[in-house]
Write a protein that binds this ligand. Structure first.
Ligand code: HEM
Length: 491
């Protein structure tokens, strides 16, 4: 079941609460997918592979390619089903908290913008240069380097501190940030002088300002969010705190862009997003360039880490399943290193990935949508100006849909009932026209990292680790970083 509910806007509209049949939504999405082109890049495509569908270009570029018109789909699926598809044009606008409004420079990024011309143009840029199939092919070298670096760091840990726990997050997060910076500005910036802050920042400080501080700011609660009719009451404390985060982010982004401009002026162009935005997209303002460039940096650095860390936690907790994955990998790779090409050949890995997304959906609630016109979902009337939240966590913990949903069980995606190639099964990446643009990159990085780390090391939890499973943050971060005991597997 997909739980969809509408939250009363400004106390004008009565609360509407309802359940919408998820299987019918999925069927509607399936029907749509059948008419959509396959992704242009998947390292190897075969049945049972966690293939990664991208939003089709046509959908992104033309308003006429809006999801099927209601009348035609209404005929093929129950009218209460396609909350995310047929009614999409009515509910594709985002509703933001005060903190998010400031942090996103009033919706100046793909993930948060309304579904308008700016959104389409910005998403096209992001897919063309960073996240689409061909772009990911061009950025492959960065992901390969990331895997080598991670492996080297874990090996070094075993050599230098064989008896100590390894902090998974510390290693993974830093390498993931390196990938995001290479894609965005063409290199890992070890340090940079930031004029506005009158200081030189290290790589870790840059990460803090561009990623960590903003993720914390995103969940800052302004009580006026809950009482919109009191929004005129000043709440300077929160506003100033968030504004300060934005000012620091802006200062760092300015420094990065200015460095890129100097490099380009010397004729040293690189295959990276900043070069593309500066040279190809003439209509953008400086502020827009800065925000659009920052977007994949923060998005790359977060949800993929969340997913990979939870997967490694579950595997470390469960030696039998870890061993099964290891055996499957070995039968495919032998003495070769696990790479992106092997993802498709190890269906159990697809099960591990999807089951982790199901149990620990990084975005447990799809960022709020706003009905900008009267619409109807599930036979219920949704008045204009209602907010709509789609509760992915609720769906994925629904006992009627999933047997023992609290259990982490990758096999459930291999029993023939759930297709491991179906990214929509858990809806962790959302669905419809605003489906996650980074699902390809996230799948490639998470699956390759899990495969490689299980191939090379045996993972065990330290005593007490099982109890520390709380979550925190805008995405469902594990409250405490995963600390595990790792041992080398024999070659
Ligand atoms: C496991 C990792 C990830 C998960 C679970 C995830 C999940 C989501 C979800 C739930 C949405 C909202 C979809 C909707 O409103 O229907 C979304 C949107 C988006 N995500 Fe992701 N995401 C992940 C990784 C990434 C990465 C790595 C990037 C980019 C580097 C990215 C970029 C985006 C963008 C640009 C959007 C907005 C798409 C639009 O509004 O058209 N995501 N993601």
């Amino acid at each position: 079941m997909t739980e969809v509910w509408s939250v009363e806007p400004e106390l004008v509209v009565p609360r509407v609460e309802k359940w919408v049949d998820k299987s019918a939504i999925l069927k509607a999405i399936e029907d749509k997918r059948a008419t959509q082109a396959p992704p242009s890049y998947s390292p190897q495509q075969s049945s049972g592979v966690p293939q990664v569908p991208q939003a089709p270009q046509a959908d992104l570029l033309s308003a006429s390619a809006v999801p099927a018109d209601s009348s035609s789909l209404a005929a093929s699926v129950p009218i209460d089903a396609p909350a995310m598809v047929t009614r999409y044009p009515s509910i594709s606008t985002r509703k933001l908290s005060n903190a998010l409004k400031i942090l996103t420079s009033n919706k100046c990024m793909v993930a948060i913008s309304d579904y308008d011309e700016f959104h389409k143009m910005a998403k096209r840029c992001l897919l063309t240069n960073v996240l689409g199939g061909n772009a990911q092919k061009r950025h492959r070298i960065h992901r390969d380097t990331m895997m080598e670096n991670i492996s080297t760091k874990f090996h070094a840990h075993i050599k230098d501190n064989p008896l100590q726990l390894v902090n998974f997050r510390k290693i993974f997060e830093s390498e993931l940030f390196a990938v995001s910076m290479k894609q965005a500005v063409g290199k890992v910036v070890e340090s940079i002088y930031v004029k506005e802050l009158r200081t030189t920042l290290s790589k870790d400080e840059i990460f803090k300002i561009l990623v960590r501080d903003i993720m914390e700011g995103a969940i800052e609660v302004d009580w006026r969010d809950f009482f919109p009719y009191l929004r005129w009451v000043p709440n300077k404390g929160v506003e100033m705190k968030i504004q300060r985060l934005c000012t620091r982010r802006q200062a760092v982004m300015d420094a990065l862009i200015s460095e890129a401009k100097s490099r380009i002026a010397l004729g040293q162009e690189l295959n990276c997003y900043v070069d593309y935005l500066l040279s190809e997209v003439k209509s953008l303002t400086e502020q827009q360039i800065s925000m659009l460039l920052w977007e994949p940096i923060i998005e790359t650095s977060d949800a993929t880490l969340v997913t990979t860390e939870w997967a490694m936690y579950e595997l470390a907790k469960d030696p039998m399943r870890q061993d099964r994955l290891f055996q499957d990998i070995q039968s495919v790779c032998g003495s070769n290193k696990f790479t992106e090409e092997n993802i498709a050949q190890v269906p159990y890995l697809g099960g591990v990935f999807h089951e982790t997304l199901r149990k620990y959906s990084p975005a447990p609630i799809v960022p709020l949508r706003f009905a900008h016109e009267d619409t109807e979902i599930g036979g219920y009337f949704i008045p204009a100006r209602s907010e709509i939240a789609i509760n992915i966590y609720g769906c994925n913990m629904d006992k009627k849909q999933w047997e023992n949903p609290e259990e982490w069980k990758p096999e459930r995606f291999l029993d023939g009932q759930n297709d491991p190639a179906d990214l929509y099964k858990t809806m962790a990446f959302g669905a419809g026209k605003r489906v996650c643009a980074g699902s390809l990159q996230a799948s490639l990085i998470a699956c390759t990292a899990i495969g490689r780390l299980v191939q090379e090391f045996k993972w065990n939890l330290r005593d007490g680790e099982e109890e520390s499973v709380d979550t925190v943050g805008y995405t469902t971060h594990k409250l405490h970083p995963l600390r595990a005991i790792i041992r080398l597997r024999p070659n």
